[in-house]
Write a protein that binds this ligand. Structure first.
Ligand code: MN
Ligand code: MN
Length: 295
C-alpha cells in the first residue's frame, strides 16, 4: 500500500477512535440520543475528518443502524446496552469502529464481544482464511454461553466504500478465502443472550444514494441531489434532511425515493427474540503485524 494512503487510513482511524470515545463519555442517564449524535458529528469535523456514515446509536435489542430522527426523545437509561458505531473518512479512506457502553457497568456480554474481536484481530494476517476467523470468533461466544449474531458481519473497506465486497462472518463458515497483505477490513462481532439473528425493524433512518431517477416531488429531487453531491454517495441520516425540509415533505420524498430504488434504506436491525446485543469493532490493515487503525 502506498504510504500516503496508509497514512490517510491511520488518520481516519484515529479520528474515529477519538469520536467513538467522546460519544461513549456522553452516554449518561438522561442523555438524549439526538444530542450525542450532534456532538459526535461536530467532533468529527473539529478533528479534521469527514463523516463516512451517520453515527449508529443502537440500544439493547437494536443491534445496529439506529440513528435518531430530529424530534427523537429517547434518553439513555442505566441498564441500556448502548452501541456507539462511528465512521470517519479522510479523502475517502475510512475508519469504522464501535463499542458497547452500559452505565450500570460492563458485564459478560460486553466482555464477550470484546474478546471475540481481540481474537479475530490477532488473526488479521496474510493467509488467514475467513473460515478460520469465523470459527475463532464463534468459539469465544460459545465459551461465554452466548450466541454470535449470524447475519451481521464484518466487511472490507474501500475508497468511499463502507462495504467493499468481502464479508467477514462472525460464525463458523467454510470460506477458504485467504486475507491478503494490505487489505483493509472492519471486524465487528456481535453477541447476544437471544437466538443470534437480527431482522429489519421499522422505517430506515439511514439512507444512501443508488441512482438518479426522475421524481414527482421537488423536495425528493433536492434530497436525491444532496445524497449524490453533499453526502458523496455515502450513507446519510434522515435527521440531516429533516434539518432542511418539513417532516411531511421528508416522509413523502423518502417514500418516493425508496419506492423507485433511487435511495437505499438501512432499517434498524433488531435481535429476533428481543434480547440485548453487544458489539465491538475495529478497522485493521492486514499485515504480518496487523495495523489496527482505530485503537
Ligand atoms: Mn461500524
Ligand atoms: Mn462496520
Amino acid at each position: 500500500m502506498e504510504s500516503e494512503i496508509q497514512e490517510k487510513y491511520i488518520k481516519a482511524g484515529k479520528i474515529a477512535r477519538q469520536v467513538r470515545d467522546y460519544a461513549c463519555e456522553l452516554v449518561k442517564p438522561g442523555a438524549f440520543l439526538v444530542d450525542i449524535a450532534q456532538n459526535a458529528e461536530q467532533r468529527v469535523r473539529m478533528l479534521g475528518g469527514e463523516i463516512a456514515f451517520p453515527i449508529n446509536i443502537s440500544i439493547n435489542d437494536t443491534a445496529a443502524h439506529f440513528h435518531p430522527e430530529k424530534d427523537d426523545q429517547t434518553c439513555v437509561k442505566d441498564e441500556d446496552y448502548v452501541k456507539i458505531d462511528v465512521g470517519v473518512h479522510v479523502d475517502g479512506y475510512i475508519g469504522d469502529t464501535a463499542k458497547t457502553i452500559r452505565v450500570a457497568g460492563k458485564d459478560d456480554l460486553i466482555v464477550c464481544s470484546e474478546k471475540m474481536l481481540e481474537t479475530a484481530l490477532a488473526m488479521a494476517k496474510p493467509g488467514t482464511t475467513i473460515g478460520e476467523m469465523g470459527s475463532a470468533i464463534e468459539s469465544v461466544a460459545d465459551e461465554f454461553g452466548f450466541k454470535s449474531v449470524r447475519n451481521l458481519t464484518g466487511h472490507s473497506l474501500g475508497k468511499f466504500d463502507v462495504h467493499a465486497g468481502l464479508i467477514v462472518p462472525n460464525i463458523r463458515n467454510d470460506s477458504q478465502y485467504q486475507l491478503r497483505e494490505d487489505e483493509v477490513i472492519a471486524i465487528e462481532p456481535f453477541c447476544t443472550t437471544g437466538t443470534g439473528a437480527v431482522k429489519d425493524s421499522g422505517k430506515p433512518l439511514i439512507l444512501r444514494w443508488i441512482v438518479d431517477r426522475p421524481t414527482r416531488l421537488v423536495e425528493a429531487r433536492r434530497i436525491l441531489e444532496m445524497a449524490r453531491n453533499d453526502f458523496q454517495r455515502l450513507p446519510f441520516a434522515k435527521r440531516w434532511v429533516q434539518e432542511k425540509f418539513s417532516k411531511l415533505k421528508v416522509e413523502l420524498s423518502l417514500r418516493e425515493l425508496l419506492a423507485s430504488n433511487a435511495l437505499y434504506g438501512y432499517a434498524p436491525l433488531k435481535e429476533v427474540s428481543g434480547k440485548p446485543v453487544a458489539q465491538t469493532e475495529h478497522t485493521v490493515i492486514v499485515k504480518e503485524k496487523p495495523i489496527i487503525t482505530t485503537c
